[in-house]
Design a protein around this ligand. Sequence first.
Ligand code: XLS
Ligand code: CA
Ligand code: CA
Length: 449
Amino acid sequence: MADYFVGAKEYFPGIQKIKYEGPKSKNPLSFKYYDPDKVIGGKKMKDHLRFAIAYWHSFCGDGGDPFGPGTHVFPWSAGVNCKMEAANNKMDAAFEFFTKIGAEFWAFHDRDISPEGENPAESEKNLQTIVAKAKKLQGETGVKLLWGTANVFSHPRFMNGAATNPEFGVVALAATQVKAAIDATIELGGSGYTFWGGREGYMSLLNTDLKREKDNLGRFLIMARDYARKQGFKGVFYIEPKPMEPSKHQYDFDTETVIGFLRHYGLDKDFRMNIEANHAELAGHDFAHELETAAVSGFFGSVDANRGDPMNGWDTDQFPMSYYESAMAMYTILKIGGFKEGGLNFDSKIRRNSVDPADLFVAHIGGMDVFAVGLEIAQRMIDDGTISNFVKDRYASFTSGDGAKFSSGGLTLEQLADIGTKAGYGRTGFTSGKQEYLENVLNSYLLGL
Ligand code: XLS
Ligand code: CA
Ligand code: CA
């Protein structure tokens, strides 16, 4: 991968390629733990972690919030009147960032990278023009596309939803974007295509035909899948669960809900989960719960590696900071053999008042270091085996005798009750779960013991 900026202009001057300098380094623009080529459990860190940069936050999110306009000044659009020229510059800046930070993947929405035109045909032409540029930059830098998606939630026309909109005309307009974004993803060799349904939900049942909306969403996804497959897309489709915000009730509430939806509409062969830490929290779940739920059902796909603020109920999309969270996440991921097509996409944004160009680098460095540490801890958990052996022993009564018979479906309820009656009460059930002990064990891995 090239380690220099690739565009005509350098957008992050004074910042060199970020290098691993080790935990003792005081240089904020260096990795303390993420050492891309370090081998953990037989695989390089970079191949375990498959970091991706979220185009929308890093190059479009200007720090604006509902109470005030943006605070971040983007050198690629300052003083540029033509939207396409700004989009072009922004792509140069993005690839400069990808190569300097050393991320091998990126992810985008159609409207992040190219502006909407006067009509759908012009919008598509804009997208194709920028995609051609992105393809060239991918070729020059070796950076790859993790996934693409369409933004069918920001424009006011989508205020009542996209595929679940009560107006057919809006569903058709959503299709123009999704079709073009699928084409763009294929053109860029993306390994995934994501659907996040922010407005695929509702605010009030008083104006909502819930069954029709869900059926329409299922039908739309079937059409999108069939189109992409027809065009030769071999990658994975992702659904990204989120329980609320901006809708009150979102149909893709959490992993378990989405799995039920996918099975109901016959989409379970092609779709996997893109799990975001912050969305898990909004659903009242641990990040690891969502990952494990997807993993054990064969629906694990990719990850949006951010965090929320547990003190409020917003989607704050902050950079990850917790070694426990990253360790538990990587533990699940390692247990199922690691990422296949997916990766760790930083769907994270710097704060409104983080206005120095270096802040974007420092934020990503922190997130990458947190997952590097999490990976190391998870590998210790696996290598030592104390935790997995404990779990195995805890369920040992299902692996022989009547327990094994039960597990393989060899008992009726009468037979099961009969076994219970014969055994009697005694101390059955009073086996310690030893959570505190296991937490102490986890702490010792955290300290590298
Ligand atoms: C918003 C979502 C969104 C998806 C991609 O909350 O996280 O950014 O990841 O559309
Ligand atoms: Ca989010
Ligand atoms: Ca996300």
